[in-house]
Design a protein around this ligand. Structure first.
Ligand SMILES: Nc1ncnc2c1ncn2[C@@H]1O[C@H](COP(=O)(O)OP(=O)(O)OP(=O)(O)O)[C@@H](O)[C@H]1O
Ligand SMILES: [Mg+2]
Length: 272
């Protein structure tokens, strides 16, 4: 037992950096999805001129680049414009007071004492928008939010009365018709829908090839391995995250075996 972890193959083998297959932040660049990136940018663009933007719902299956694309547009907003961005995962802030508090904290306010009324928090937000800059707010995993109709209504109404505007970007796996939100709320919000269709085999292959370049030593992954992982991922909803995880499993298996190349024999079954 005292030889446990002594494996001298650790650090050898075809993998250069696992981080590119595990880190949600990824590589910092998006492969494809140009139309979707442009649609998000165009909806938000009016904020850069202090005009009212289109609110948007970005929806589609897991691991298909929604968060990545919104983050890419938001990073550009932060670095190239005066628009302030706020990014919130609704899993963490599920109620109206919690969400409003988190927005205020990201705007630089100290955390308000518990129990402060919602109106007071909205008042602070109004004050910030009047005095400072336009704000783009991304609400990721939006379907996890309780009181979602009220929150959207609050923020949307507020933005109609303030000097600088607030734009909403909602992200979800669910299409609009599966939300509890009623028809009237959607139309009142003037919400534009941006659908992320599942990645095709070719798209997945391009994304995987780019990751392989970062994560593995040059020429150590057999193209058939990439092809097969892309095909299986496309068959099961286009999830990139799953495809990266599988690539990592296969790479580790080859490393453990002391192999210099990741060949199809390391693939295992679809779950592999
Ligand atoms: N077009 C792409 N180019 C490069 N990497 C991508 C692309 N699409 C997705 N990824 C990568 O795949 C992983 C999952 O993507 P992302 O988190 O954006 O998916 P999502 O659609 O938000 O999924 P979920 O619905 O589960 O939140 C991330 O590591 C991301 O970097
Ligand atoms: Mg996401």
């Amino acid at each position: 037992m005292n030889t446990m972890f002594d494996d001298d193959t650790v650090g050898k083998g075809p993998i250069r950096s696992e981080q590119y297959l595990t880190d949600e932040a990824g590589t910092g660049h998006v492969i494809g999805r140009e139309a979707e990136l442009h649609a998000i940018r165009d909806a938000i663009q009016p904020l850069t001129k202090r005009e009212t933007p289109a609110n948007i719902l970005v929806y589609g299956p897991p691991g298909n680049g929604k968060t990545t694309c919104v983050n890419t547009v938001f990073d550009a907003l932060e670095s190239k414009t005066r628009v302030k961005t706020i990014r919130i995962n609704c899993w963490q802030y599920r109620t109206r007071p919690a969400l409003l508090t988190e927005i205020l904290i990201q705007l630089g306010y100290p955390a308000p004492r518990k129990g402060k009324p919602v109106d007071e928090r909205l008042g602070k937000l109004r004050e910030w928008l009047d005095r400072n800059r336009s704000v783009a707010v991304a609400l990721d995993e939006f379907d996890q939010l309780e009181d979602n109709t009220e929150i959207l209504y609050d923020l949307h109404m507020l933005s109609q009365q303030t000097e600088n505007k607030l734009g909403l970007v909602l992200l979800s796996n669910l299409p609009p018709e599966e939300f509890v939100l009623d028809e009237r709320s959607w139309s009142r919000l003037n919400c534009e829908m941006i659908e992320f269709e599942p990645y095709t085999v070719d798209e997945l292959q391009d994304i995987l090839e780019d990751r392989v370049e970062q994560a593995f030593l040059p020429g150590t992954v057999d193209p058939e391995v990439i092809e097969r992982i892309a095909e299986d991922a496309a068959d099961s909803g286009g999830d990139c995250r799953e495809a990266f995880a599988r690539l990592l499993r296969v790479g580790r298996r080859a490393s453990r075996d002391g192999a210099e190349e990741v060949t199809p024999e390391y693939l295992g079954g679809v779950e592999g």
